[in-house]
Design a protein around this ligand. Structure first.
Ligand code: SF4
Ligand code: SF4
Length: 342
């Protein structure tokens, strides 16, 4: 496994890192074991966020005593300086540390700059001067904002969705990060749960020698698969190229990435779940997707009033009401025996 420097931060890590969003869904002890096993297996970069409920707490508990041996990244969704400082202090306390290696503005739709009137970038500078954070980063799903961020020269890292389903303009963004020496942290390497061939996913990203994938990991088996690449990275051979070609063909039309930018919906539709039903119900546990609870989530899509608030927020410009209708029709057909039988 190659070790890379994240941008020009001086942080040297194996190109195989841990995304701590899914550990929200497992108990503390299980999460600690998973994180510690990731560390033992060679992972050195762990990315969490204030918004991931108790994830920071679990990360803090797992790495107490060995904190200096690894890099911790977290994020704030603060929109005001007061919220920024509150979030930062909370993160430091939950992570049981007095510094954060990489502090990121989370899911922004604007590139904060000095003297833009928000005071947000100044907060980052002040936190760095106080030694509470070591590097300044940012995450977004919006391509134009991402370009602005990289060109601004203000951020040491950019976290952005990237996978083998990404389009040319996103590949150009990745290349631009290399040119500007901005660390590129890959979120959604599985395209929001749509892709499942770990070898193909990894081999594709490994072609880029400056990107750092953070895999959202919840189970030991998933961790073991990513760790198995530490000794031997999968090569992008003909077989994997074929997997990629097939997936690209299947998902060539626009699909929902599950980013959640469109939320909330005024009538309470769970858009990221309902707009991906066709794909996810075929890949995941059929019992969960056919359950009474999930049927109710899907039925809610009937309440769509076509206000298009979600459409104006979706970075991929999806026709969400249409997508919801298609997914719901497919769902009803796929589970007709289950739903009809109740
Ligand atoms: S268009 Fe439908 S799904 Fe979108 S926000 Fe409005 S009601 Fe919700
Ligand atoms: S519909 Fe668009 S904004 Fe909403 S979750 Fe899917 S990709 Fe993200």
């Amino acid at each position: 496994m190659r070790t890379i420097e994240i941008g020009k931060t001086g942080m040297l890590v194996p190109q195989n890192a841990f995304g701590a969003l899914p550990i929200q869904r497992i108990p503390l002890e299980e999460a600690k074991t998973l994180l510690q096993n990731a560390y033992k297996g060679g992972m050195r970069f762990f990315d969490t966020a204030r918004a991931y409920t108790d994830s920071e707490e679990k990360v803090g508990a797992a790495f107490k005593g060995i904190r200096e041996n690894l890099y911790l990244a977290t994020k704030t969704k603060a929109k005001t300086p007061a919220q920024f400082w509150e979030d930062l202090e909370t993160s430091l306390s939950k992570l049981q540390t007095d510094y954060i290696d990489l502090y990121q503005f989370h899911m922004v739709d604007q590139c904060y700059k000095p003297e833009d009137g928000t005071g947000m970038y100044e907060c980052m500078l002040e936190a760095k001067a106080q030694g509470k954070i070591r590097h300044i980063g940012i995450t977004t799903h919006k391509i134009q904002v991402a370009h602005e961020i990289v060109e601004s020269g203000l951020y040491e890292t950019l976290q952005y969705p990237f996978s083998y389903l990404s389009k040319q303009e996103e590949i150009e963004l990745v290349q631009k990060c290399k040119e500007y020496e901005v660390g590129f942290i890959v979120m959604k390497g599985l395209a929001g749960g749509i892709l499942s061939n770990a070898k193909a996913i990894f081999a594709y990203l490994y072609q880029f020698d400056h990107v750092l994938p953070i895999w959202g990991i919840q189970r030991q088996e998933e961790l073991e698969e990513w760790l198995s690449f530490m000794d031997q990275e999968p090569a992008l051979n003909e077989e994997l190229k074929e997997v990629i070609a097939q997936d690209r063909k299947q998902y060539e039309k626009d699909f929902c990435r599950g980013c959640g930018y469109c939320m909330p919906c005024p009538v309470g539709i769970d858009i990221p779940t309902s707009a991906r039903a066709s794909i996810l119900m075929r890949k995941m546990n059929p019992a969960i997707w056919g359950s009474k609870e999930r049927q109710e989530v899907m039925k809610k899509t009937e309440d769509c009033v076509n206000c298009r608030t979600c459409v104006s927020r979706c970075p991929y410009e999806l026709n969400i009401p249409e997508l919801l209708k298609k997914n719901y029709a497919d769902y009803l057909d796929y589970y007709k025996d289950v739903i009809g039988g109740e």
